[in-house]
Design a protein around this ligand. Structure first.
Ligand SMILES: C[S@@+](CC[C@H](N)C(=O)[O-])C[C@H]1O[C@@H](n2cnc3c(N)ncnc32)[C@H](O)[C@@H]1O
Length: 365
């Protein structure tokens, strides 16, 4: 079920057959990918470990992107006994993750070792069958171990290569967005956490350029720093409101060769979804927020410097309209080749079997 505001529906309808789009948003992308940490490993050794673990990996789009197909959909019955998971947990369980206490919304009387269906809250759609591990609802820890889920995703976090920081699970779109920016010189990431784009920009520069990453969220920065330790990355991460970088860090004004703006958005392209709800105001407020980063990015860039503006949503307001704003401000659109066509490009699950994602490169004139 998709509860979207009228304006959002209008914008989606003008680009896609709506029912087909909703169906595609309920399905995961065709694969999940690992980006090989170029400073620590080769694609070959990662492929080798994946094969030994029983997967059938393939390099896709870039030699350092190693992907594994998502299997499914499988039929999931609705058993008499069930537990209900919140949206976020249900979307993970749908892909094969176990259910943990924070994601549990309600449960019929729990009996250890009993088989239950895991249902998504609101729609009560069964997303998996699992075995109950507890006899009363705990405050934390695993509650249901999944036996069979609607889709089966590779368990990348169990690999030795993951533990050793040789790989970072990253969507192909997110990686390609950074690749086409061609990071060099001083790179400023204005919305960096949890870090996927920063990590790749850092690796592509091979210690030659300088990266400074900013984000406002303490929790997300904490997670990013943990990942940096795992990957062996060393660059500055600063907690701040990037809408005021020009005022708080005046020494950066006019100095950046590259800026990454990957701001909060309505995330309509993030898949799979068990359901979604977005009001028109969510989209309009997101637009107002997004253009504030664009204004500051323009101030930070050198003349001729490049900005990556990307989102994981499909609305025109948050993509094409933001681009229009940027052009009025003094940016020009740069065409770069991607596996799906030239930038600016909106990749979508219907046509491409990938999550919805917008990539644009703009030059400060
Ligand atoms: C789409 S996520 C970024 C994902 C990240 N670029 C990556 O590839 O992993 C958007 C980020 O913007 C951050 N954010 C939101 N408002 C912000 C602000 N005013 N200043 C800086 N960061 C902000 C959020 O905390 C969130 O981490």
């Amino acid at each position: 079920m998709f509860w979207y505001g009228e304006k959002i529906l209008e914008e989606l309808k003008s680009q896609f057959p709506l029912q087909d789009l909703f169906k595609s948003l309920r399905t995961p992308g065709k694969h999940l990918c690992l980006r090989v940490n170029l400073l620590r490993a080769s694609p070959e050794e990662v492929i080798d470990e994946l094969e030994k673990a029983g997967y059938r990996p393939y390099q896709h789009y870039l030699s350092e992107l190693v992907c594994v197909r998502v299997e499914g959909p499988f039929e999931i019955p609705k058993l008499e006994k069930f537990v209900v998971a919140d949206k976020r947990a249900a979307e993970s369980v749908l892909m094969g993750a176990d259910l943990y206490a924070p994601g549990l919304v309600s449960a019929s009387d729990l009996k250890s070792n009993e088989e239950v269906s895991i249902l998504a809250e609101r729609t009560l759609e069964p997303v998996a069958i699992g075995k109950v591990l507890v006899s009363e609802i705990p405050r934390r820890g695993k509650v249901v171990e999944v036996i069979k889920s609607k889709f089966k995703a590779p368990k990348f976090r169990e690999l030795r290569a993951f533990e050793e920081g040789k790989v970072y699970p990253q969507g192909a779109l997110s990686a390609i967005a950074v690749k086409v920016l061609e990071p060099e010189g001083l790179v400023i990431d204005m919305n960096a956490a949890p870090g996927g784009k920063s990590f790749y920009a850092y690796e592509l520069m091979k210690n030659k350029g300088k990266l400074i990453a900013f984000d406002i969220s303490k929790k997300r920065i904490q997670k990013m720093k943990e990942e940096m330790r795992r990957l062996g990355h060393r660059f500055e991460v600063i907690r701040t409101d990037s809408r005021y970088l020009d005022l708080d860090f005046p020494e950066l004004v006019g100095r950046a060769d590259r800026v990454i703006v990957d701001p909060p958005c309505t995330a309509i392209g993030v898949i799979p979804k068990v359901w979604d709800e977005k009001r028109d105001d969510d989209m309009i407020n997101a637009y107002k927020y997004q253009i504030q980063f664009i204004k500051v990015a323009h101030k930070l860039l050198k003349k001729g410097g490049l900005m990556l503006y990307s989102t994981c949503t499909l609305t025109k307001t948050e993509n094409e309209k933001v681009l229009g704003f940027a052009q009025e401000l003094g940016f020009e659109v740069v065409e770069r080749d991607t596996p799906w066509g030239k930038t600016p490009i909106k990749v979508n699950p219907l046509e491409h079997g990938e999550p919805g994602f917008f990539i644009s490169i703009l030059r400060k004139v």
